[in-house]
Design a protein around this ligand. Structure first.
Ligand code: SF4
Length: 450
């Protein structure tokens, strides 16, 4: 039996999906009688939820393990979980004797033994578990991630995620709705749900096998059904990571109907031959056409994407196409990543590897160009009156900014956290905006005109 004095410290690296896992892990630990510690030094159980997406992330994870080991109290347990643990479990356990337990996850096993394993920390090895269906504690901000599925059924040439996160496993629609309801309920309920998955638009496809369709006569609910079911529970629903071929008219309509016209398209590149080498769908012209048609329906639509530069075989011509695309697409936000060779991927076997210095030069060029475009897109919002969700004192977001990855709106500190306010955008400051409280809060305190 765990006493109420047991405290945990949980640190999270990596993407939003990892944040949800950490929330669930925290919920499990609290249910087991743990309470959060104020620092790693005060905890009996120190957990690091790692990332292993690319080399840089792995390095950061290793450094964080060593730093936590330095900070933690004598006699405490240090547990490493997340993608690094799943991908390099045994190797990691052997290389880092300071770690008491390496706990990978990604396959659906019962959650309870994991909690027991985390508590005891007695066995080295790699117990696997799936966090999807675990309860989670109340959100600490007026928004929260909702993880719709784990794993991925695609086989992009550069990506090792399917090898350690497994095939896609979508959660049931009702479970997701119940989790969203619990996050939204109560006086401090969230106002914005950010729905995430590795391949979000494919939500439900794994639950809809031909056999199921034959027996039940219909497909399992998909992403559009999920959006419909979540609508009305919170003011904002935002989708992150949509594979471009999945963005059909039906899904566009459903996204626009939520009132958050935000499209996070993971494009990765625009050159057709290079995308083929990546084993991915599409090309720049088709992407531009889709973006253009969405803008015709909703001129205020916001677009985000991410791109890899220096993928094996990327030529100067491919890179020029990418730059030209950025100019034409006028995306609001974009992230650029240098190619990272991952063990076990197709890309690791390809010839024509791009020189690292050249890849970094291309990355700099693309980032600088996009920074200018982003700044111009932000300038266009100046003078508008926009609805802002107050995330923290002095920090808000309109529908044009996703939490943690895009810019913010700097707002008067007196606006109540969790309230929605109509503000005047008076200035752009690079990626951020400055909002003036010239209107009343919609669901919070009254705000004097400035
Ligand atoms: S869709 Fe995303 S997670 Fe799936 S293989 Fe491609 S890059 Fe990896």
């Amino acid at each position: 039996m765990v006493g109420t004095q047991q405290r945990y410290w949980l640190q999270t690296l990596g993407c939003p999906k990892n944040r949800v896992d950490s929330d669930k892990l925290a919920g499990l630990l609290v249910a087991d009688g743990f309470e959060p510690a104020r620092s790693a030094a005060e905890a009996e159980l120190v957990v690091l939820n790692t990332c292993a997406f690319i080399e840089e992330a792995r390095q950061e994870s290793i450094e964080a393990i060593l730093e936590l080991d330095r900070q933690r109290a004598h006699g405490s347990r240090l547990v490493v979980t997340g993608c690094l643990a799943e991908r390099y479990g045994d190797e990691l356990a052997a290389a880092l004797p300071e770690v008491d337990l390496v706990a990978g996850f990604g396959v659906p096993l019962a959650p309870r033994p994991v909690s027991v394993a985390l508590r005891s920390g007695s066995s080295r090895g790699v117990p696997s578990f799936d966090l999807l269906e675990l309860p989670r504690p109340a959100a600490r901000a007026p928004w929260a991630y909702l993880k719709a599925a784990e794993g991925c059924d695609r086989s992009c040439g550069f990506c090792a995620i399917p090898s350690f996160r497994g095939a896609q496993r979508s959660r049931g629609l009702q479970d997701l709705v119940a989790e969203a309801e619990s996050l939204a309920s109560g006086p401090n309920g969230i106002k914005e749900l950010v729905v995430v998955a590795q391949d979000l638009a494919s939500y439900g496809r794994d639950r809809s096998t031909r056999r199921v369709r034959r027996l039940a006569g219909e497909a399992a609910p998909g992403i559009v059904d999920l959006l419909d079911a979540l609508k009305g529970l919170v003011e904002r629903i935002r989708l992150l990571y949509i594979y471009p071929s999945s963005l059909n008219d039906h899904l566009v309509e459903a996204v626009l109907a939520t009132g958050v016209p935000y499209f996070d398209l993971s494009l990765q590149h625009v050159s057709r031959p290079l995308l083929a080498r990546m084993r991915r769908w599409g090309e720049g012209e088709r992407f531009l056409d889709r973006i253009g048609r969405i803008r015709e329906l909703e001129p205020d639509a916001t677009f985000r994407s991410s791109f890899i530069v220096g993928y094996p075989g990327e030529t100067e011509e491919d890179h020029d196409r990418l730059l030209q695309f950025l100019v034409e697409a006028q995306l609001d936000w974009a992230g650029f990543f240098p190619f990272s060779m991952e063990d076990g991927t197709l890309a690791a076997t390809l010839g024509d590897q791009v020189d690292r210095a050249l890849a970094m030069e291309r990355l700099r060029e693309a980032s600088e160009l996009q920074d200018r475009i982003t700044a111009e897109r932000r300038d266009r919002l100046v003078g508008r009156r926009l609805r802002v969700l107050v995330d923290a004192p002095g920090v808000g977001r309109t529908v044009h900014e996703a939490p943690e990855i895009d810019g913010i709106v700097r707002i008067p500190k007196e606006l109540e956290v969790g309230s929605l306010c109509d503000l005047e955008i008076v200035q752009s400051l690079g990626v951020d905006l400055l909002g003036a409280a010239s209107a009343r809060s919609l669901h919070g305190v009254g705000v004097p005109a400035s």
